[in-house]
Design a protein. Sequence first.
Length: 284
Amino acid sequence: MIGNYQQYIERMTKSFDKTTKSLIPYYALQMTRGTSKPRILDVGIGSGVVGQAIRQVLPEAVICGIDMVQKNIDNAPEGIYDELFCVKLQEIDRVPMKMDFDVVIFSSVLHEIGSYAERDRFAIYHITDALKITYSILKAGGHVIIRDGLASSYQADVPLSLRTKEDFAAFRRFIKERPVAEFDSYSREELMRRLDEDPLRMPNNVIREFLCTWTWGPASWPREIEERFCYMTFWEWQKSISEAGFRLTVNVESYEEYPRYFAKIVDGYELDTPIIGVFVGEKL
């Protein structure tokens, strides 16, 4: 993890109550009714804000957390987590933790697993593989709760009118510095060539991902440029969850406050579909 990570953590924490993240403790409560001391795993604890929210609604729960950043483990809020380990989900079998969870939570984390994969970065199968691991550590009848970014199913080119020279320079830099040479089916060379066209038109998901990157500002650029937040479409998320073996019980879409954030960067661009998805899958 690179860039101004502390700033990123602080912003994610402050936004909790204003976003669909606030649905996570509600679903955790609903999915564990009648269960004494439910075991809950928070994957990618970050600042620990999800764990804190879970502890408020389920004070008797056994809450475990993992994160690949040791600093997050060291700075986790006291009295929230019963067990903490610095480990990747893919290596969770290496830690001495009882693998029989009632709920596993991914709050804006699954897209990071695919974004930082050692090969085939941004491939859909990374998400499915992570969910298969999740399935294996859940009890029968257990649930996975996911909150993450959505790509648009509308792939056509759309007009792009950036508000400032700084925004345009950031967009050029975004195309140039993406960690893979292609964005969906569009090559870096093709997108760079289009930058000189007037009027400027770009693939819808390229614009969407750029806005998600740039809305965090220059300080967070080194981290955000490495990730693809709008990882899959709503339907691709549902398919991946089902292919991992889960029965989908909840699927929610939201725009949250992203239109307001984006309007500060680009003129006239409207999100054609929601940008956040919340899903709950049940292990049969």
